[in-house]
Ligand binder design. Structure first.
Ligand code: IPM
Ligand code: MG
Length: 361
């Protein structure tokens, strides 16, 4: 089949890791008889430098015309880059928020997995990490604090800033349904995370999740307060299967979960709408300090490409081939600097891409 993919190389290490993902996808196309049709668009700082804004309407239109979007990373050093002298709506991150909203990507899937071969990198005590873990964080991505009205004003000579956290029941229901659907394909457990002891939006969240849960009698579910969840993630991450939560809590908890794996360079993500369309990106950022040095780990982006094949194109065999290649390359002892350990062979970003492409069968 022909796969129309819009790529966003972006900033920092983005262009390097996207290049390796394309390499692996081209190998998949060759082995399985598909045709990859890539179109690049600018977003983030790369777009600011050319167009003065982090995402143009033309770029959004190009993304919409594709079947899926594969992204590297955007943004620069927030204390030194000139991009952060611009007004907030013109900074790199605004491009990411704009594309999420424009493409209605309300469901963000962030897996956090402890890879057996990399268990040594897990910062938790061995008695905790030895149990292993494999969870999926389902983060609502187009509502809540991120998209509520905000302003900064001066009231009686005092500066005052306001952000608003709003959810309607439909926004909660559609992400809850996705969460329970995903749980059905996994270990059938949902932990819905909120702050219902304080926030109205969380009390509504709880009510709607309970309604949705009735349609999934096979899935066990629980509610957990977000502060407790932050603790449980380091105390016993093996208790989680699907964590279902709103935008801001999901932003924070997904970073915590990825850190607990010890290998953030390995974690993929998918942002989906109601159709098969999705945007796929690594969970990590643009790492401006190592940009252009060919030492970044491209695996998270390559695993994001695998999620793309699975969720947007229903190409499970091909996705399995990428996942298997990643496992094999780790077994064969190859590591980029971020996951390097004694006795392994250190390779560059492009060498890792080559090694993975070779292992696609
Ligand atoms: C993420 C990032 C973004 C977010 C930033 C870059 C706006 O932290 O994807 O988690 O907060 O959603
Ligand atoms: Mg984040």
């Amino acid at each position: 089949m022909e796969l129309k993919i819009t790529c966003i190389p972006g900033d920092g290490i983005g262009p390097e890791i996207v290049r390796e993902a394309k390499k692996v996808l081209n190998k998949v196309a060759e082995v399985y008889g598909h045709e990859m049709n890539f179109t690049d668009i600018l977003m983030g700082g790369a777009s600011i430098d050319v167009h003065g804004v982090p995402l143009t309407d033309e770029a959004i239109a190009t993304a919409k015309a594709a079947d899926a979007v594969l992204m590297g990373s955007i943004g620069g050093n927030t204390s030194t880059s000139p991009w952060y002298k611009l007004p907030p709506q013109n900074r790199p991150e605004a491009g990411l928020l704009k594309i999420r909203k424009a493409l209605n990507l309300f469901a963000n899937l962030r897996p956090a997995i402890l890879y057996e071969e990399l268990a040594g990198a897990c910062p938790l005590k061995e008695e905790i990490s030895s149990k292993g873990f494999d969870m999926m964080i389902m983060r609502e991505l187009t509502g809540g604090l991120y998209f509520g009205a905000r302003k900064t004003e001066e009231v009686d000579g005092v500066l005052k800033a306001t952000d608003t956290l709003t959810y309607d029941e439909n926004e909660i229901r559609r992400i809850a349904i996705k969460g329970f659907d995903i749980a059905m394909k996994r270990n059938k457990k949902v932990t819905s995370v909120d702050k219902a002891n304080v926030l109205d939006s969380s009390r509504l969240w709880r009510k709607v999740v309970e309604e949705v849960a009735k349609d999934y009698p096979e899935v066990s579910y629980e509610h957990m307060l977000v502060d407790n969840c932050a603790m449980q993630l380091v105390k016993d991450p093996s208790q989680f299967d699907v964590i279902l939560t709103e935008n801001m809590f999901g932003d924070i908890l997904s970073d915590e979960a990825s850190m607990v794996t010890g290998s953030i360079g390995m974690l993929a993500s998918a942002s989906l709408n109601d159709t098969k369309f999705g945007l796929y990106e690594p969970s990590h950022g643009s790492a401006p300090d190592i940009a252009g040095m060919n030492i970044a780990n491209p695996i998270a982006t390559i695993l994001s490409a695998s999620m793309m094949l699975r969720y947007s194109f229903d190409l499970d065999k091909e996705a399995d081939a990428i996942d298997a290649a990643v496992k094999q390359v780790l077994k064969d002892g190859f590591r980029t600097g971020d996951i390097m350990s004694e006795g392994c062979t250190k390779v560059s970003c492009s060498e890792m891409g080559d090694l993975l492409a070779e292992r696609i069968q």
